[in-house]
Ligand binder design. Structure first.
Ligand SMILES: [Zn+2]
Length: 89
């Protein structure tokens, strides 16, 4: 599973290098989201790895502002028990 994730990560990074000129692709900016709801666990999970870790910005394309919101939301969700620290697979 780790190998698979690494492979996908490398693929994404290579693509990022090719698309340097492309505009930023922050999902939250696109949706004009100013307040991330930590209760929306299904949305937050899209920005976590299979292991439940927050994916770095260079992979998800999230901007600095929203990445910060995201990490806070994920932490809050974990504390409130909405999201586990480690995903079962
Ligand atoms: Zn953003």
């Amino acid at each position: 599973m780790v190998e698979k994730l690494e492979k996908e990560t490398n693929k994404t990074m290579a693509k990022d290098l090719k698309d340097v000129k492309k505009k930023k692709n922050c999902a939250f900016c696109n949706d004009k989201i100013d307040n991330l709801d930590y209760k929306d666990a299904s949305k937050l999970k899209r920005f976590l790895s299979e292991a439940g870790k927050i994916l770095p910005r260079r992979i998800t394309g999230t901007c600095a502002k929203h990445q910060r919101m995201l990490s806070n939301a994920v932490k809050k969700a974990r504390e409130s028990g909405l999201m586990g620290y480690v995903f079962e697979n």
